[in-house]
Write a protein that binds this ligand. Structure first.
Ligand code: COA
Ligand code: MG
Length: 324
């Protein structure tokens, strides 16, 4: 281990993050009663410019009046380049003691996070706010990705980052108009076989970007979260995308429709089989340690001391989920 130790952010369940437009008040009750670990009420891109003031009022009322149970509540404010952001922060943070987190979109530099931190810190002090607000940032521009490591260290309030695939695609001029998922042009062809046949393999156009953000998050103790999958009538596509993210080390995924919540919770909860296997690894390694060995075989495969770390990370996650 390095001599530099990084403290992990405030732990929370973050398997599913349900997006709810701040104007669609009829959805608020359903979101509060849903199985989503985190609900974010949106003031940004799901709200038209003329509706921003009304959306703020709706969000304040919902946070103060609905029963959110043990859910993490979050509000997505507008970007720092808009005329809405300061009032989003002031109106919502001043009026909502129940609020847990702010989601800051299109963060481009560490200073963007610093600026919001400054504003929030003043409001907390002025109002004697009991609950310290956490931040999640959206990495969804080329500038944000270019600065992702500096952004990850920008504030003690930072807990998580989401990969915002749609704006990221727009910002990098990716040749697509779908939100998340794969693309028929993102393929590799095998060399022709003896009969001239070629196999066509789809590749994930977002893999490299997701990995870059994941490393910045895990290096600095933050939770990496995968963003939206827009085609909510394609559960198989959602599951595949969520599983690809989970295998990389992502903590959870957005749900832009309630049907995606249960799928995200399932994918980002270690299965019974994974937990059993992890326990067997820990036990086998404990036996190995008693026998003075650092590497042994389990079911015909090598396990060593790194296997304990992987197994323990998985068991810690399963425990956190069981505790709720
Ligand atoms: N949160 C809670 N409940 C929701 C919901 C949400 N985000 N979206 C839909 N529902 C409810 C509907 O009210 C409906 O409930 P009912 O069965 O009691 O009538 C049920 O889920 C099925 O909804 P459906 O009719 O399939 O969806 P819709 O056509 O009303 O809305 C969307 C589809 C995509 C527009 C809507 O889900 C939505 O606004 N999602 C969030 C989008 C967003 O915030 N984007 C910004 C981040 S990318
Ligand atoms: Mg966006």
């Amino acid at each position: 281990m390095s001599f530099t130790l990084i403290e992990p952010a405030t732990p929370r369940l973050h398997r599913s993050e349900l997006a709810v437009p701040g104007t669609r008040t009829e959805l608020f009750d359903k979101a509060a009663a849903s199985a989503a670990d985190i609900v974010f009420l949106d003031l940004e891109d799901a709200v038209a410019p003329d509706d921003k003031p009304q959306a703020r009022r709706n969000v304040v009322q919902a946070l103060n009046e609905l029963d959110w149970g043990s859910k993490t509540t979050m509000v997505r404010i507008n970007g720092l380049d808009t005329p809405y952001m300061y009032r989003d922060v002031i109106d919502v943070v001043e009026a909502c003691p129940r609020l847990d987190m702010l989601l800051i979109p299109k963060v481009g530099t560490a200073a963007d996070v610093y600026a919001v931190d400054m504003l929030v810190t003043q409001i907390e002090q002025a109002h004697g706010r009991a609950k310290r607000l956490g931040f999640e940032v959206l990495i969804e521009t080329a500038l944000g990705m270019a600065h992702v490591e500096a952004i990850a260290q920008a504030s003690r309030r930072l807990e998580a980052m989401s990969f915002g695939v749609a704006d990221y695609a727009a910002s990098t001029r990716a040749r697509t108009t779908v939100i998340g998922g794969v693309h028929p042009d993102s393929v590799v062809l095998s060399d022709p076989d003896a009969q001239g046949r070629r196999e066509r393999f789809w590749t994930d156009p977002w893999h490299a970007a997701q990995t870059r953000m994941l490393v910045a998050c895990r290096a600095y103790g933050l939770r990496p979260v995968d963003g939206p999958f827009g085609d909510f009538s394609d559960p198989e596509g959602f599951l595949a995308a969520a599983r690809r993210a989970a295998v990389l080390g992502y903590e959870g995924k957005w749900a832009i429709h309630p049907s995606q919540v249960a799928m995200a919770n399932e994918v980002f909860t270690p299965s019974e089989a994974e937990v059993t296997k992890a326990r067997r690894i820990v036990e086998a390694m404990a036996r190995a340690a008693r026998e003075g060995r650092g590497a042994v075989s389990l079911d015909g495969r090598l396990i060593d001391i790194a296997s304990i770390r992987m197994a323990e990370a998985l068991l810690a996650k399963a425990d956190a989920i069981a505790r709720g």
